[in-house]
Every structure is written in C-alpha cells, then in structure tokens.
Write a protein that binds this ligand. Structure first.
Ligand code: 13P
Length: 254
C-alpha cells in the first residue's frame, strides 16, 4: 500500500533533546535548523528542549514554523510539587506538544501506566497535544510479549479517556531496545506495531499520527516513512545534529 492512497495524515518529526545542550549549542543548532526549514512544507516539525531553555528556544524559533514541545509534565494542576511543571505552565509558554510516558521516565522515574494516563489527561485539559510513548523491552520482544505490552500501555489511557481523545493526540512507538542503541526496528517490525496500535484505536486510529522512535537517523528515516502506518519520527540523538535532523525532516516532507 502506498501512503498517497491513504488517509491524509500529515507527517510529524519531533526532536527530543533529552538532557542535552546549552545556550550556545542550542542557538547554533536552531540557527541552522530554522534556516534549512523555511517556507511551506508537508510535514510538521517540533523540538522539545529541557525546560530551562524554553524561553530561549521560543525566541530562536520566532520566525519559524517549527513549534515547541515538552519532554514531560506533571499530572497535577498546581500546588506543592517541588521540581514539577504543570500543563498550564506549558500552555503559558506556547508549547504545542507534550511527550508523556517516555520509556526513560517509565523506567527511571517509575512512572506507572496510571500516572501516564493522568498526564495525558492533564495535557489535553490545556488543549495541548500529548505524544503518548509506548514500547516493549528487549526481553518482552524476545519472549513474544511486545504486542501485549503495547496493548496494556495504550489501554491504560483508553480506559481513562476513551478512543475519541486520540483525535487530538499523537502516539509514538519507541521500542526500548532501539532507543539510543543504534539498533533500529526494521520498517516491517515497526509497521506491524503501528498497524496494531491503529486497529486498537478503531475509527480514530485511521486519523491519529503514529510516530516511530528509536535510533532513527538520516540513513534509515526515508525507508521507515514509506511504511503505510508510520507518520513520522520521534528523534533523540539525531535531533542534536542540524544536518541529520533536517535530512529526516525532508524525508518526511512528502
Ligand atoms: P534515539 O533517537 O537517540 O534512539 O532516541 C529516541 C528517543 O528516545 C526519542 O524520544
């Protein structure tokens, strides 16, 4: 099947900078990215800097169609939650997308499925767009549990908000074993999971954008993007290199 025959899902490329960068490197990176992404495109692009660089990033993106995203958010509205950032604060910063349930937070901050669902709700309450990350570990894949894990992670959110809420959300499939390892899922492996996610979401599944993440680079992006159910990428390492990032954005700009 060819994407041209498919529903009109606009591709999206999101750069998750994780805990990298400083004022100088961010300015250098974004100057090149903004210069290389002028005019009209068929793909949307967002970058998710660490919170201290939000204001700086907004200034650097002022003349650009590239929008701001956040790497995480609190599930609470406000109050005594030291170190946390609320969805309302992100909305106040002209943030558009918010990553929830990234595997690094699920594993390192012990974020549960329930907590991820609460964050998803908090983001949508402020009319921002959650990017819900799901993905299995290597052990889960090797023992044949990949789809069951993804089902469980997705269901935790569906049970809380229903499938219709995905009309205003993005899903990212990030197999844990492919994140930061240089080991990408094959386009077929990714396609199988993306299709599974789309089916689980029923009617809305035809319209929701599902991104692939996990060692996406300039040399494998185009092939991934040819798959019917892959609507773009969630990038880590590749989003810190202007040429690499732009080349992936261009591959999505079809
Ligand atoms: P890498 O592209 O560095 O593998 O990271 C992917 C990721 O975790 C994006 O959120």
């Amino acid at each position: 099947m060819n994407k041209a025959n498919n529903t009109k899902r606009r591709q999206l490329v999101v750069g998750n900078w994780k805990m990298n960068g400083n004022q100088r490197t961010n300015a250098e990176l974004l100057a090149k990215v903004v210069a290389g992404w002028q005019g009209k495109h068929n793909a949307d692009v967002a970058v998710c800097p660490p919170f201290p660089y939000f204001q700086h990033t907004l200034e650097l993106l002022a003349s650009s169609s590239i929008v701001l995203g956040a790497q995480s958010v609190s599930e609470y509205e406000s109050g005594a939650y030291t170190g946390e950032v609320s969805a309302r604060m992100l909305a106040d910063w002209q943030c558009r997308y918010v990553i929830v349930g990234h595997n690094e937070r699920r594993r390192m901050q012990q974020e549960s499925d329930t907590q991820v669902a609460q964050k998803f709700v908090a983001v949508q309450r402020e009319q921002l767009v959650p990017i819900l990350c799901v993905g299995e570990s290597l052990e889960q894949r090797e023992t044949g549990q990949a789809l069951a894990v993804i089902h469980r992670q997705l269901n935790a959110v569906v049970e809380s908000v229903g499938c219709d809420a995905f009309e205003h959300a993005v899903v990212a499939y990030e197999p844990v074993w492919a994140v930061g390892t240089g080991k990408t899922a094959t386009p077929q492996q990714a396609q199988e999971v993306h299709h599974f996610i789309r089916e689980l979401l029923g009617d809305v599944g035809q319209r929701v954008r599902i991104l692939y993440g996990g060692s996406v680079k300039a040399n494998n992006a185009a092939q991934l993007f040819t798959m019917t159910d892959i609507d773009g990428a969630l990038l880590g390492g590749a989003s810190l290199d202007a040429e690499e990032f732009l080349s992936i954005c261009r591959a999505a700009d079809i």
